[in-house]
Design a protein around this ligand. Structure first.
Ligand code: ATP
Length: 457
């Protein structure tokens, strides 16, 4: 088994991630998240939301509908342009994105059967179509959103009018997005239904500084603008957000991260500069987030089609303008997969997920040494009930203690607490750390504070 197979097998065995609709043979590109996977995703979203919205004065949240008036997608260019080039191997009939084809002696070949590719290529729109209204024939065609950003742009005026906001400010959203990917692959890396965490950060375009406004961002400059110096130009803001996002990845314990600036040919047509944040997966360096300077493309496009004014008026300077937008856009499942890859470790006698404690589904587990000793169970229960009010706590009274430790190691629980006969006399417990496997005795009264101090905020 390769590393990705090992991780996906653990994810299924322990209830993180199941193949979607498995009893019917599954459905490519769709996965279901079990109890632990759900907690992991919830923790990722929660720390992102806290960092991006709750701890800032200049960002507000939004939760827009998944299905929007299709005119919004006409305006954004998705209806005509959100497509990949689809190719089909003439021999084995496997379908690929054109950029997935292999190369042999300068010829393009099918990566499945190595046949030299001579077939036709066609554009394939990635949006899922649906119908709004009772009868299909009479109903209006609509689309499942391929990214959450659209809902933010169409609400620009609503949000501006109902919050006391001045540029620069941001609107953040976490929600489902759908893409009918040609070739879903690499477990939950490329899927058809996923969640995005997106921020649209609106800034002054600094039009009188045309040289600076569109200059590409050298990735190494990212994050330098932070210590009290307020970014001014779009380039500086892009760099600022790349830096903020890197800090966030650091805070959740992702180390194998690098920045890669997209070349002009790679960039989407509306992007003036894009920096990809990549993670080193077992299958290579791949994007987990893109941070883009989208200029004024989105608001201008929505204004054109809707006929509504989405400009910004600065009361102080009396200047009216269409703001530029900097967009950090991250995928929850890709980050969850990166987190699992980073945390997975095989040691001599155990498999352990060294998850950052902020992300671990359970922060602690409580065990009575023996399940049939009433006094032990009673005391352990009271500790469990108490800890549960503070953080996610697991209960396990099956099998021997060693097995229970390994079982918690495998799902990344940072601390295990055992109640034994000494506990009844001395009012203390054994606390065993996941990473060091060391055990210490801690007084029951001090236990909650002890754990809170050890767990990363
Ligand atoms: P890719 O080039 O890998 O298809 P993209 O550049 O189209 O990605 P964006 O449109 O920038 O991706 O989307 C922002 C983020 O949303 C990505 O960095 C990724 O984390 C997530 N994302 C996009 N498509 C998928 C997908 N099919 N499955 C899982 N996550 C996705």
């Amino acid at each position: 088994m390769n590393l990705l197979e090992k991780i996906s097998s653990l994810a299924k065995r322990r209830g993180f991630i199941y193949p979607g609709s498995e009893i019917y043979g599954g459905l490519a590109g769709f996965y279901d998240w079990g109890h632990l996977g759900n907690e992991l995703k919830f923790n990722i979203k929660q720390t992102w939301w806290r960092d991006t919205v709750q701890l800032r004065d200049d960002v507000v949240g939004l939760s827009a509908a998944i299905v929007m008036n299709p005119k919004a997608w006409e305006a954004s260019g998705h209806l005509t342009g959100f497509s990949d080039v689809l190719v089909e191997c003439p021999k084995c009939h496997k379908r690929f994105k054109a950029d997935e084809l292999g190369k042999k002696n300068e010829s393009l070949v099918c990566v499945e059967c190595s046949e030299i590719f001579k077939g036709k290529a066609r554009q394939f729109n990635l949006m899922f179509k649906t119908f709004v209204g009772a009868a299909e024939e009479a109903a209006a065609v609509a689309y499942l959103r391929p990214e959450t950003a659209g809902g933010i742009f169409v609400n620009f005026k609503n949000v501006l009018q109902t919050n006391r906001l001045k540029i620069p400010f941001g609107i953040a959203q976490i929600g489902k997005a759908f893409r009918n990917e040609i070739n879903p692959r690499d477990f939950v890396f490329r899927i058809r239904e996923f969640e995005q965490m997106e921020l649209e950060y609106f800034i002054h375009p600094v039009r009188n500084n045309p040289v600076k406004q569109d200059a590409a961002v050298p990735p190494q400059a990212a994050g330098r603008i932070s210590n009290g110096v307020k970014p001014q130009t779009p380039t500086e803001w892009l760099s600022y957000w790349v830096g903020r996002r890197l800090k966030w990845y650091e805070s959740i314990g992702l180390k194998n991260i690098r920045l890669r600036e997209q070349s002009q040919e790679e960039r989407a047509h509306y992007s003036r500069a894009t920096v990809d944040i990549e993670y080193k997966f077992p299958f290579g360096w791949q994007e987990i987030e893109g941070v883009a300077n989208r200029g004024d493309f989105d608001l201008t496009a929505q204004m054109k089609v809707s006929g509504k004014d989405l400009n910004y008026f600065d009361e102080e300077t009396k200047e009216q303008y269409t703001p530029y937008v900097i967009e950090p856009s991250a995928g929850v499942e890709r980050i969850a997969l990166a987190v699992l890859c980073e945390a997975y470790l095989e040691e001599k006698e155990r498999i352990v997920l060294k998850l950052n404690s902020k992300l671990a589904p359970y922060k602690a587990a409580v065990f009575p040494l023996l399940a049939n000793k009433e006094k032990l169970v009673e005391l352990a229960r009271s500790i469990y009930d108490d800890l549960k009010t503070e953080f996610m706590t697991a209960w396990d009274d099956r099998g021997n203690i060693g097995k229970r430790y390994y079982s918690q190691d495998e799902i990344g629980t940072p601390f295990c607490i055992t109640v034994d006969f000494e506990s009844l006399e001395k009012n203390d417990v054994t606390v065993r750390g996941r990473d060091t496997m060391k055990q210490v005795r801690v007084g029951i009264r001090e236990l909650k504070e002890y754990l809170k101090k050890k767990l990363v905020k």
